[in-house]
Design a protein around this ligand. Structure first.
Ligand SMILES: *Cc1c(COP(=O)(O)O)cnc(C)c1O
Length: 395
């Protein structure tokens, strides 16, 4: 399956590709980087942490030293919770922009924090627009912060963070961004889109393994955040202060994950950074979407809103199509796909991120074609209800 020689480092031969938005398929070199133990206190590991943080701040486009990076142990949600708990004052109020599971999770996090928030819930995938944000901020002067999801991974929609940022700062409020599934592949340059802090994690577009998240934040905001956190372990200011003082994470770091992430960053840079990573994922998406459409599948989103991260397809209306069966057949052919998260119609998702290229995506389409034939599905066309649903989305 992987006999072609090309410069893209490959996962180990025989493993299925993870067409999932993290954990995802990583390069063999990334896995190999974990075959060594590191002392968390040792100068070598401290230098690794410093290098990771420096590279992430540079990836966000900061050259003026205005931004800083704080890593946080755990999955991405731990870092989101740390960001919200650290940057939103106890008497602050957050406007949460939701159009899927991750936006709703941010709202749920605010509920747990016991801090004030208000929610714009656009349903399964409709994008929150700048003018709606403006209206909500005008209507409620108590709102201090807005949280937006960059790519809402539950549908794959790319939310319009630039227009949201403009609306937020035109009204003197502050923006926090969950760029978990976009950072590293889509630009989120501090000189182009204004924000106070953004959060992402090791196992998304930078193609590391799971184990920590990180927040890139305006230094002055972080300095002002001392003592705000609801949580001892998730206090980003305390983590940062300790890192500044000692070069160490405050509590046990995921040493092997950090080592793997450094290798992932090296590969990311060698590939050509954010632009090249984004271009490869875009090509992955275009080849895969075109192929799936040629089989009769339809995407949930119109082209304008499709991200190069993950794509939602409607399940075919053909009664012979059973998702669990399709999933197992795709897996047997070497591809792990992802169930959908829509509430109205059945769907599934195919990720475009991870250590794979357009040649792999062509094989994905071929596998889907064979799976449909084996199941006796003659048409991959979705039910009428799906198209009615999609018609709601503006072009
Ligand atoms: C992956 C992801 C998260 C974090 O999810 P975890 O399962 O906690 O890693 C948060 N937001 C978005 C948009 C994501 O894609």
């Amino acid at each position: 399956m992987q006999t072609r020689t090309d410069p893209l480092p490959k996962p180990k031969l025989g493993e299925p590709y993870l067409l999932t938005p993290g954990p995802l398929t990583t390069a063999y070199e990334v896995k190999q980087a974990m075959l060594r133990d590191w002392g968390s206190w040792d100068a070598d590991f401290r230098a690794m942490t410093a290098s990771v943080c420096d590279q992430l701040v540079a990836m966000a486009g900061d050259t003026a030293g205005e931004y800083t990076c704080v890593p946080m142990q755990g999955s991405g949600s731990f870092a989101v919770e740390a960001m919200l708990g650290t940057f939103v004052p106890k008497d602050g109020k957050v406007l949460v922009l939701a159009n899927g599971a991750y936006g709703l999770r941010a709202a749920e996090t605010m509920r747990y924090l016991g801090r004030a928030y208000t929610l714009i819930d656009k349903g399964d995938y409709m994008p929150p627009r700048g003018d709606e944000v403006a209206a909500a901020l005008d209507a409620d002067p108590a709102i201090t912060h807005v949280i937006a999801i960059h790519c809402e991974t539950s549908s794959g929609i790319l939310n319009p963070v630039a227009e949201i940022s403009e609306a937020v700062y035109a009204r003197g409020r502050k923006l926090l961004i969950d760029s978990m599934s976009a950072f590293g592949a889509l630009p989120l340059n501090v000189n182009e889109i204004r924000y106070e802090a953004m959060v992402s994690s090791a196992n998304k577009c930078i193609e590391g393994v799971p184990g920590f998240g990180f927040v890139v934040a305006r230094r002055s905001e972080l300095e002002a955040a001392k003592g705000r956190s609801h949580s001892l372990a998730l206090d980003l200011h305390a983590q940062w202060a300790y890192l500044q003082k000692t070069g160490q994470w405050r509590y046990t770091p995921p040493t092997h994950v950090v080592a793997a992430f450094l290798e992932a960053l090296r590969i990311h840079a060698a590939e050509g950074g954010v632009a090249a990573r984004g271009a490869r994922y875009t090509r992955n998406r275009d080849v895969m979407v075109e192929g799936m459409r040629s089989l009769g599948f339809e995407t949930l989103l119109k082209d304008r809103w499709l991200s190069p991260i993950i794509v939602t397809f409607f399940c075919p209306a053909d009664p012979n199509f059973v998702f669990a069966d399709f999933y197992e057949r795709m897996k047997a052919k070497g591809f792990i796909i992802y169930p959908g998260k829509l509430t109205v119609v059945d769907s599934f998702r195919i990720g475009c991120i991870g250590r794979m290229d357009e040649h792999v995506m062509r094989k994905v389409v071929q596998a889907a074609k064979e799976a449909l034939a084996e199941m006796g599905v003659t048409s991959a066309a979705p039910p009428e209800a799906a198209l009615t649903e999609r018609a709601k989305l503006a072009a």
